[in-house]
Design a protein around this ligand. Structure first.
Ligand SMILES: Cc1ncc(COP(=O)(O)O)c(C=O)c1O
Length: 504
């Protein structure tokens, strides 16, 4: 029936003599002109980024224009670009601006941007195969291993970001350490609940990974932290013993190289020792901080990281690759490969021609079709060199330490976290009035909102020991020290304004 139907459709098309079409431009010269304009506009946009508000609310009429139904007929490429210029460009997230210090985000670079354009032009599929792009990803992964002190025969995979990089590492941990064939029998087929350990400061993506892996959030035993926000080793040892007594099966410790709240680095050597002694999988979430390894003075922070069985790192954070770019490295390539590989007849590879290659990237992750995200990273590393990238990481750490000093010197500001790497938390606390934590929390949240809404600075908030605090994360190659002075003055000014309005 299907064949007959298809035959009829083809016949009808032939009968109607419909002209064959393509999505290529009819006027290539016009496309050249438009494409050059797009590049010029974007480079100007980046060059002048400091002059514009970081962020601004999106007017209702703009939102309305972004809710129109799908067009049946196309417009011109020029008109489509005009819509982008009017509806999107004026309302950026802001993380390309020198005073964007919220969450943990990189800025990207002009060459990184062009890398994404070149990759889209080639439209290569990095599932695998014998073409230039796969060699670029392989070399990029080799460079990641070299940068992070990982063995050359380790395996790796570029992924969308830190969450995916952790998911890949933890999937391998589960499969290798479960003690039975999880791929065949599924989770829960073993003797007891598989247990993972990580500090209470660990990023939420680790819990989400365990949920997605079918283990459930109860498989994550969250361990208390020390005053410096690093995992408490005694509490960890006690938790392992307690879980064993319950009949659970401890299999993995997740160490942090840079926590999201305060930028703390767990004692990775001690965690590696415990994993070695207990035959656990050692996974490190280095989404933020693994790359501090590029700055010689910061290297001690990640001592022990090179002993991890798997390591997650975000390249769209401190390497400033355009979002999305993350990476998982795995010490034993076979363990990585056997967690994911599944090759049906129609994807057979390893022989001659385009499908050459015994192991494809798709054998190391859950995506079959994969974008050429390696190119933007590869170009950036070539352009900048890792020494300069390391200097910029150290620069951000120095800037945070400087900011911590300014906070300490300002009587109306109270520092709420150590300044270990590129994150510091503090709150506005006017010295002349005695406000309780709840009131201070509301004032500090309002300060952050007003700074965002005025387009001046974007920072975020978090809760530390029950207190709402302002969190500054400088992961920004455009920030200069002056920005920090201006910021401190503005926080104090806005804080005073709010107290005056709301009453002290
Ligand atoms: C420590 C840590 N791990 C993981 C992640 C998740 O990374 P992504 O947002 O790239 O998925 C983040 C994000 O900020 C993070 O800070």
């Amino acid at each position: 029936l299907g064949v007959t139907k298809g035959f009829l459709i083809v016949n009808r098309l032939v009968d109607a003599q419909i002209a064959e079409e393509t999505l290529d431009p009819q006027d290539w010269d016009a496309m050249h002109t438009l494409a050059h304009k797009m590049v010029d506009d974007m480079l100007h946009y980046l060059h002048d980024v400091r002059e514009r508000p970081i962020w601004q609310p999106i007017p209702a009429e703009v939102k309305e224009r972004l809710q129109t139904p799908v067009p049946h007929e196309g417009t011109s490429a020029e008109a489509a670009y005009q819509d982008f210029s009017e509806l999107v460009l004026p309302y950026p997230m802001g993380n390309i601006h020198p005073r964007f210090w919220a969450w943990v985000m990189g800025n990207s670079t002009p060459l990184g941007m062009m890398g994404d354009m070149l990759a889209a032009g080639l439209n290569s599929n990095l599932g695998g195969g014998e073409h230039g792009a796969t060699y670029v990803e392989a070399q990029t992964l080799d460079w990641c291993k070299e940068m992070l002190g990982y063995p050359a025969d380790a395996s790796g995979l570029l992924v969308s970001g830190g969450s995916m990089a952790n998911l890949v590492g933890l999937a391998i941990a589960r499969n290798v350490k479960a003690g039975y064939d999880v791929r065949q029998h599924g989770v829960g087929a073993g003797a007891g609940r598989l247990m993972f350990y990580a500090s209470t400061e660990t990023h939420s993506c680790v819990q989400r990974a365990l949920e997605v892996l079918g283990l459930g959030s109860e498989s994550l035993h969250k361990i208390a932290v020390n005053d410096d926000c690093t995992i408490n080793i005694a509490a960890l040892e006690a938790a392992i013993a307690e879980d064993r007594a319950k009949g659970y099966v401890p299999i993995c410790i997740v160490g942090n190289a840079g926590t999201v709240n305060t930028g703390a680095y767990d004692d990775l050597e001690r965690l590696a020792d415990i994993c070695q002694r207990e035959n656990f999988w050692f996974h490190v979430d280095g989404a933020i901080g693994a790359l501090t390894r590029l700055a010689p003075e910061l290297r001690p922070l990640t001592d022990g990281m090179e002993r991890a069985d798997s390591l997650a790192v975000d390249l769209h954070k401190w390497l400033h690759a355009p979002i999305e770019a993350g990476c998982t490295l795995v010490r034993h390539a076979d363990q990585h490969y056997h967690t994911f590989t599944l090759t049906p007849e129609y994807l057979k590879h390893g022989e001659r021609g385009l499908a050459s290659g015994e192991r494809w990237f798709s054998d190391f992750g859950i995506q079959l079709s994969r974008g050429f995200r390696a190119l933007k990273i590869w170009l950036s590393i070539k352009e900048q060199g890792i020494d300069k990238l390391g200097r910029l990481i150290a620069q951000n750490v120095h800037q945070v330490r400087y900011l911590a000093e300014r906070i300490d010197a300002q009587p109306d500001l109270e520092r709420m976290s150590p300044a270990i790497s590129n994150i510091v938390c503090f709150r506005y606390r006017p010295s002349i009035s005695a406000l309780d934590d709840v009131r201070l929390g509301s004032i500090n949240k309002e300060i952050v909102m007003r700074l965002q809404e005025s387009g001046h600075t974007v920072v975020s908030t978090t809760t530390l020991n029950g207190a709402e605090v302002i969190r500054v994360c400088i992961n920004n190659h455009r920030t200069v020290t002056d920005d920090l002075d201006v910021f401190v003055a503005e926080v104090v000014r806005v804080g005073g304004e709010i107290v005056a309005e709301w009453g002290g």
